[in-house]
Design a protein around this ligand. Structure first.
Ligand code: BG6
Length: 306
């Protein structure tokens, strides 16, 4: 017998939705269709939200899973086809335009094995500044034994649509010095902190300084191994050929908004993305789906134990 519920709640000045399925809880803001938190009752969170997150209109919350679209990162670092979609690329902010606007609730579904909620955004009904194109996004979150996130973009115009994007997931960790990420060994990556040099990962990723890397063609399954919390966060993705791994460390933490100076020790971003050679170009009526499943094993993987 499962227990499930969906409830609309106000948090700060944001309309949010709280989904429960058995022991798991998911909180989402309509603004940006942004997941704010996910975890199991009575346990450390799986998805991290900053204690300083400002739950107010007009800014993306620090933490959770912001949706970066129709570009990821600095627009000027994007391929020319993505830059050309914008009328003033020199003035564009980071991570696109939809993480701080309201999305529309499309529907809620309660099934025996999961609850799900879908939010939509349509650029014809709610135009974006300096980005005059016709696209429809839908983000479905399905909470069952695992959390499934699915972002679909449809080209509803007459011209090709080019974009980069990411599900910018923040994960909670016991201590960044102790955790590692599996699934990226032998991948090429772009070291954005060293003039975007191309490098190769050897072994698991460990953290001992600011980290901001774009991994190319990662494995579909990535794992965050957390020995202190005796757990593994599993991530299984499709529709993405690039993954960004980010931790701001000490100095950058002090420059980030909504971020405690010490918070870098308890978080880690793994962002399933479509960037660089992996950007998406959709013909009219074409669609693209980026999906990530997230679940916890309350034990370490074999690799971490040996
Ligand atoms: C990551 C980038 O995706 O997002 C980092 O790789 C960036 O360079 C970080 O600092 C946070 O970005 P923002 O816009 O949310 O502060």
């Amino acid at each position: 017998m499962t227990t499930a519920s969906v409830e609309r709640i106000e948090m700060g000045s944001l309309t949010c939705w709280s989904l429960c399925f058995n022991n798991s809880k998911l909180l989402i803001a309509e603004q940006g269709a942004q997941i704010l938190s996910y975890g199991n009752e009575g346990e450390p969170p799986i998805i991290w939200l900053s204690e300083q997150a400002e739950l107010k209109p007009g800014n993306s919350q620090r933490g959770g899973v912001p949706v970066c679209w129709p570009w990821f990162g600095d627009l000027l670092r994007n391929p020319q086809t993505v830059q050309a979609m914008h009328q003033q690329p020199q003035q564009a902010g980071a991570h696109g335009l939809v993480r701080s606007i309201d999305w529309t609730l499309e529907g809620v579904e309660q099934l025996e094995e999961a609850v799900s909620i879908t939010f939509c955004y349509n650029s014809l009904e709610q135009p974006l500044a300096h980005w005059p194109h016709a696209a429809e996004l839908s983000l479905t979150l399905r909470l069952g034994e695992r959390l499934s996130i699915s972002l679909v973009c449809r080209n509803i115009g007459q011209q090709p649509l080019a974009f980069s994007q990411a599900l910018h997931s923040y994960f909670a960790v016991s201590d960044i010095h102790q955790v590692s990420v599996e699934g990226l060994q032998d991948c090429d990556y772009i070291e954005t902190l060293e003039d975007w040099q191309l490098r190769k990962q050897s072994g698991a990723v460990h953290f001992n300084g600011e980290t901001d890397r774009i991994y190319l063609k990662p494995s579909a399954k990535l794992q965050v191994i957390d020995p202190l919390w005796q757990r593994t966060i599993n991530l299984l993705s499709s529709g993405s050929q690039s993954a960004v791994v980010w931790n701001p460390w000490i100095d950058k933490a002090q420059r980030l908004s909504q971020f405690d100076n010490a918070a870098w020790q308890q978080m880690l971003c793994i962002e399933h993305a479509n960037v660089l050679d992996d950007i998406v170009t959709l013909a009219p009526e074409g669609e693209h789906r980026l999906s990530v499943d997230i679940w916890l094993d309350k034990q370490l993987t074999h690799q971490a134990l040996v």
